[in-house]
Design a protein around this ligand. Structure first.
Ligand code: HEM
Length: 390
């Protein structure tokens, strides 16, 4: 059979691409072709994905020449793609992650709740004041996580306009290199000359770490990865989550009638939308799995959108159901690289969605659903614009 290709665009923003569904027919592990003609393994089975993601013979090191590159754009910056954490294997990964864990405990994240609620109210005040119609990616989904990131890192409040503007520009692709440079320079200054201005937060924790002696540049690189990993993902989950809820009014009515359902709604939306669709690894040794041998240097892609809809794991995976246990989805990954910010993401999403639908009970799309633009397959899945009225 002709190998299938990666990436593919979704035809509906809240459904996996039809081509990925077709790949599942070949079994839990099959072949896909990349843009440069290279063939890689596509993982679509839930059990196989979880087995492989905890296997230390899989590497995330982008400097490995055999690491699969999923677009021409990524190939052109390949030599600069050595992000800490996400692009590093153990044992170095473990040391880096260990430095950050104190900033992401349940206790720390819970202590941020009042601030996140305050931020959500402030962003919604501005939306309401401007009045209907509104465009919710720019007015809600992007600024809210950006403000939370500012707070998480400990960026002084006086600088939040500068910080949020650069973050949004960098992550929405408007002049990303320039914004990246400006943010990096700003952060270097903040953890160096301007340490006395640091608020409570991750930067302060790292600067004060007793055995830390962390190089200023390394510290800033870690913060940049957290920013890149945490902002666009959360903003995309918000925009696509709102769109999906508006497209399922009967499901939305259930949670409006019983707001205690919001945590379950967020979990089910994470599974159903699987916005990081297709993360990559390279094999560093031969691996036998499901009657297949993955060879050393083979590339591997995890097609999360179909893994999270594996019928062996849950019934009716294509329907949204707030009343089922959804915990074992892999929307946050699995194994040593499982999302460090997942507890924070959950809190932001619960507070933001609950506040939005409570504040604007008549919220509805201001365009035909098929005319609302969403991101292409290679990107983190989400809406480009979200026109609404109330
Ligand atoms: C809904 C929002 C989010 C989604 C869907 C998401 C998804 C993911 C996924 C799938 C991975 C694993 C990728 C892989 O194994 O290759 C990951 C890793 C990571 N995420 Fe998230 N993420 C979200 C929010 C956040 C937030 C809010 C933060 C931080 C503030 C964050 C920080 C990170 C970091 C640092 C890693 C790398 C962890 C490591 O390599 O050890 N994420 N995320």
């Amino acid at each position: 059979m002709e190998p299938r290709t990666f990436p593919q665009d979704r035809t509906c923003p809240h459904q996996p691409p039809e081509g990925y569904r077709a790949v599942t027919e070949d079994g839990p592990i099959s072949r896909l072709k990349l843009w440069d003609g290279r063939e890689v393994w596509a993982i679509t089975g839930h059990a196989e994905a979880r087995r492989l993601l905890v296997d230390s013979r899989l590497s995330t090191d982008r400097r490995n020449p055999a690491f699969p590159v999923t677009s021409a754009a990524a190939a052109s910056i390949r030599n600069r793609l050595t992000p800490p954490l996400v692009g590093v294997d153990d044992p170095v990964h473990k040391v880096q992650r260990g430095m950050l864990i104190p900033s992401f405990t349940h206790r720390r994240i819970n202590s941020l709740r009042p601030h996140i609620q305050e931020i959500a109210e402030r962003v919604l005040d501005a939306v309401v004041e401007k009045g209907a119609p509104a465009e919710l990616v720019g007015a809600f989904a992007q600024p809210l996580p950006s403000m939370v990131m500012c707070h998480l890192l400990g960026v002084p409040y006086d600088d939040h306009d500068f910080f949020e503007e650069r973050t949004t520009r960098m992550l929405s692709g408007q002049n990303p290199a320039e914004s990246w440079g400006e943010l990096r320079a700003y952060m270097l200054d903040l953890v160096g000359e301007n340490q006395h201005r640091l608020g409570e937060g991750l930067f302060g924790d790292l600067v004060a770490a007793p055995d830390g002696k962390v190089d200023r540049g390394d510290l800033v690189d870690l913060a940049m990865v957290i920013l890149a990993a945490g902002h666009e993902t959360t903003a995309s989950m918000l925009s696509l989550g709102i769109f999906t809820l508006l497209r399922h009014p009967e499901r939305l009515a259930e949670v409006r009638a019983d707001p205690s359902l919001w945590p379950a709604v967020v979990e089910e939306l994470l599974r159903y939308l699987s916005i990081t669709d297709g993360f990559t690894r390279v094999a560093t040794a031969d691996i036998e799995i499901a009657d297949i041998t993955i060879r050393k240097d083979d590339g591997i892609i995890f097609l999360t959108s179909v893994i999270n809809r594996d019928e062996d794991v849950r019934e009716r995976p294509d329907s949204l159901d707030w009343h089922r246990a959804t915990q074992n989805h892999i929307a946050f990954g699995f194994g040593i690289h499982q999302c460090l910010g997942q507890n924070l993401a959950r809190v932001i999403l619960r507070i933001a969605l609950h506040s939005l639908f409570e504040r604007l009970p008549d919220l509805r799309l201001a365009a035909a659903p098929e005319d609302v633009p969403f991101k292409p397959g290679i990107a983190i899945q989400g809406m480009i614009e979200l026109p609404v009225t109330w």
